[in-house]
Design a protein around this ligand. Structure first.
Ligand code: PCA
Length: 194
């Protein structure tokens, strides 16, 4: 069976939960021919990516899918691109707030996701859950992770992508999505990664 490393994040920005980890935690252990290994990441620039890369060194996964909360979005949004930029509108959970810094000094400006994000978004939509490809993962910790893993695995067989999800209903913020729908959407996305 193929191996998928899948991650969510701890809460940040004053929230009590992060729906990304809540959803990842509730995913089945095997989906679409992949055995899932799950990790919860800190919302800390640099550290989050380090944990993904350490886990990947141990696991040697065929694919890596990182999931994060994007408050304000109403759809499941697989990210097409990670950019070499760190900028925090709020401090991370360690109090760092970089301003227009590079993630990798002198690194390539951007990398495209190596999993089929458009196919994944279309499949989620076809399952009746709103989804569209996003062309910006922002410049906060999620983009930091996406850029770092795409840079690290460039030219290798390990494919990677990032999926942003809306708030879940329990957070009492709008727009939001039912947790069951988020779990279903991630399941369908994983079933359509090949
Ligand atoms: N969302 C943030 C970081 C952690 C998360 O779940 C982001 O979009 O960068």
């Amino acid at each position: 069976m193929k191996k998928l490393l899948i991650t969510g994040f701890e809460p940040f920005g004053g929230e009590n939960i992060n729906p990304s980890w809540e959803a990842v935690l509730r995913l089945g252990d095997e989906i679409g021919g992949y055995a899932l290994t799950k990790r919860c990441l800190p919302v800390v620039f640099g550290k989050a990516a380090e944990i993904v890369l350490d886990a990947a060194r141990e696991l040697c996964p065929d694919a890596i899918l990182c999931v994060g909360q994007a408050g304000g979005r109403s759809a499941i949004t697989p990210e097409l691109v990670g950019i070499n930029l760190r900028n925090g509108n709020i401090p991370d959970n360690n109090g760092n707030q970089p301003r227009d810094e590079e993630i990798i000094a002198g690194g390539d400006k951007a990398y495209f996701s190596t999993l089929p994000v458009r196919k994944m978004a279309e499949a989620v939509n076809a399952a009746g859950i709103s989804s569209q490809v996003s062309y910006s993962a922002g410049a906060y910790v999620c983009n930091d992770v996406l850029y770092s893993i795409l840079s690290h695995f460039e030219g290798t067989k390990t494919r990677a992508a990032f999926v942003h999800i809306p708030y879940c209903k329990e957070q009492n913020k709008e727009p939001s999505m039912e947790m069951e729908q988020i779990i279903r959407a991630l399941t369908v996305a994983i079933e359509n990664m090949d």
